[in-house]
Ligand binder design. Sequence first.
Ligand code: SF4
Length: 302
Amino acid sequence: MNTATETAAEPLEHRHSNNFLRLKKKLERSVGEAIGDYNMIGDGDTVMVCVSGGKDSYTLLSCLLALRERAPVDFRILAMNLDQKQPGFPDHILPEYFESIGVEYRIVTEDTYSIVKDKIPEGKTTCSLCSRLRRGIIYRTAKEIGATRIALGHHRDDMLETLFLNMFFGGKIKAMPPKLVSDDGNHVVIRPLAYCTESDIVRFARTMDFPIIPCNLCGSQENAQRKQIKNMLQTWARDFPGRIESLTTSLKNVVPSHLADQKLFDFVGVDRNTILTEGDIAFDREPLPEPTTGILRLHPGQ
Ligand code: SF4
């Protein structure tokens, strides 16, 4: 999605500047780490990279192509775009881009725009039907081309936004997985940008001068709840250094015995012989680091 961050007027870096080369290296290293940590891509895989024409998917494709050059395993990359027939969609941009960088690609044209407009009453949010239709087409295409992996351009900040959306509005602690099997059980979906920040991607995409296709062609507004969460996270990032990084780390450090989900932990069966990595510490406080800026203390009296 195009965001406020994306349009922020920042000076353009030169593609050969040290700063930019460092940024490129950082993104590629993060993508490589995520791929390694979650065993996202193996020898002989065909990775179908979904490219919408937004900054995230261009960045994903670019990093995967760069990493393939030096990867110890051999895998195939195929870029895929779904032309949903939104009014004004510039359907020449992506084929031209893919050809210019010499990547194999497939453009799929399906008029989901008309279906969505037909089915959803004026003024109602169209995104859920639209993305459901898109998902079906993506899965079908992956099957047709024999893709063993479907790569999506969601990044770290998308994952955190989803976590809070689910907590605030869905009553669930659930984010976006770096790797999972698709809901139809037939495909492995990967998110190699899982460790990349949106701000780095914005900088990278600006300097790379990707031919960005606006994502508001369908006329739909950004979901108000997502916008609210995005603003909250951006405020935290600005006012509380380290908080977002700590949140990100927390996604990898879940302690089911310290939540309350009986499906994840057998609270009913707990007795004195239950073996735990972390027991209850009664009224003791968690040893948390001191805040770095003018933050309210977590424990009054400390
Ligand atoms: S913003 Fe438009 S194209 Fe994107 S999911 Fe929503 S309805 Fe579909």
